[in-house]
Design a protein around this ligand. Structure first.
Ligand SMILES: Cc1cc2nc3c(=O)[nH]c(=O)nc-3n(C[C@H](O)[C@H](O)[C@H](O)COP(=O)(O)OP(=O)(O)OC[C@H]3O[C@@H](n4cnc5c(N)ncnc54)[C@H](O)[C@@H]3O)c2cc1C
Length: 382
């Protein structure tokens, strides 16, 4: 950054504040170094709706459960999204830049970067267009459609929110206007935007959210570390159609349907009894919308180790879930028959469309469920 500042002649560096421990530590260090160099360094509240220290319980603590958090913020004044500055002074001479193509980032893949590029919509304009299309065409049915695996029923805004290409405030106000216009799904949409804030609230107040079991009694659980079953899970080769379809979807698009995140996560942490951190790390690698707080909160929720988590004994049955949320099998068909997956994966996986998937699940549903519940009972007995 120092080089860039010198090359551009910038006198001020500004950014949006972030709330996860390592992001805060890095930004503090950067701010100090820039100020030490005599530059102005300023950070702003723009990444979330409510900065984590501004939301308190009646006793002055932080929220550990979503519903009271939502109730405490839903009627707050969110403030309007700031307008863009009318002019930003450009450097007299732009610094020389490498050509990204020269970095050959997709070297280890067949055509992976090109495959994923078809699915991402980056940049502020794309984000605004996405929000506009969602509000105009999909928000009415959002509450029901958001769970249907084969339906494009959600906003798709997570990647844009992650990179700050659109602000949570803009989404909030669009949702509020939709509510005033009587759009049925608007309230659910606002609640989801606040789930994102809740993740950052938790990560700020309990930094261990992203690195350790949030509930320490889970430290005694015999999670398996990374293992060959987890590798089969990553490669979409578990023998369970819906799980494999979802693991292929994420490899091709850089995204995964929210319901599919829950059920692939459940299969990994419960049936395969693998530590949620293994899945959390994989999602960090492959998700374009990767957000450290939402990802860790999602994984700890699925695993049962997080605040406000789904109880461990409530083990998703991926097949029942698929029957419910992908009745006609369109989601499974689409991703299991996708040739793009084989284009996108690393060559070292040595998979091609002719490679067979296991004909039965690597860990059967009832066998995995019994094993997980037994380990859970023993954890509590021990
Ligand atoms: C195991 C697991 C891992 C996850 N990892 C991430 C991640 O790395 N990055 C990420 O942005 N989301 C993550 N989520 C949350 C959720 O799956 C995605 O935000 C959602 O699928 C994004 O699609 P969308 O933008 O169409 O969402 P929409 O349904 O349109 O929702 C609107 C916005 O609300 C927010 N939101 C919705 N659901 C959640 C949620 N459960 N938690 C937090 N925020 C939410 C997102 O910012 C989203 O863009 C994870 C969930 C699970 C279960």
């Amino acid at each position: 950054m120092r080089d860039l500042v010198a090359e551009t002649g910038a006198d001020t560096v500004i950014w949006n504040r972030l709330y996860v421990a390592d992001e805060r530590a890095r930004d503090t260090e950067v701010k100090e170094a820039l100020r030490h160099d005599g530059l102005a360094a300023r950070s702003f509240h723009a990444h979330v709706l409510f900065e984590p220290w501004t939301v308190e319980t009646k006793t002055g603590g932080f929220y550990k459960v979503y519903t009271p958090f939502w109730k405490s913020v839903r009627d707050r004044d969110v403030g309007s999204a700031l307008t863009a500055p009318s002019a930003v002074k450009a450097p007299v001479e732009w610094p020389a830049s490498d050509d990204l193509a020269d970095w050959d980032l997709g070297r280890a893949m067949r055509r992976g970067a090109d495959v994923v590029a078809e699915h991402v919509h980056v940049g502020e304009k794309a984000a605004q267009a996405r929000l506009g299309a969602f509000i105009a065409h999909r928000i009415d049915d959002y509450a029901e459609a958001r769970d249907a695996l084969a339906v494009d029923g959600t906003s798709g805004l997570s990647e844009n929110l992650t990179y700050g290409e659109i602000s949570a405030r803009s989404c909030w106000w669009a949702g509020q206007r939709a509510m005033d216009d009587g759009k049925r799904g608007a309230d659910t949409f606002l609640k989801e935007i606040v789930w994102r804030d809740f993740a950052h609230h938790l990560a700020y107040h309990t930094p261990r959210l992203t690195t350790e079991n949030w509930k320490s009694d889970w430290d005694a659980f015999p999670w398996r570390g990374d293992n060959s079953d987890a590798e089969a899970w990553r490669r979409g080769c578990t023998g369970l159609d819906v799980v494999d379809a979802a693991m292929r979807e994420v490899y091709v698009t850089g995204r995964m349907h929210n319901r599919a995140r829950m059920l692939t996560g459940s299969y990994l942490t419960k049936h395969l009894m693998t530590d949620w951190k293994v899945g959390c790390d994989w999602f960090a690698d492959v998700l374009i919308d990767w957000d450290p707080a939402s990802n860790a909160m999602g994984w700890q929720w699925v695993a049962g180790s997080g605040p406000d988590a789904s109880p461990f004994f409530r083990i998703f049955n991926p097949e029942t879930q698929a029957e419910k949320f992908d009745k006609a099998g369109r989601y499974r068909d689409r991703w299991l028959s996708s040739k793009d997956f084989f284009e996108a994966i690393p060559r070292s996986w040595e998979l091609d469309p002719g490679s067979a998937r296991p004909s039965a699940p690597i860990v059967g549903l009832s066998e995995g469920r019994t094993r997980a519940l037994e380990a859970y009972k023993q954890r509590d007995a021990g």
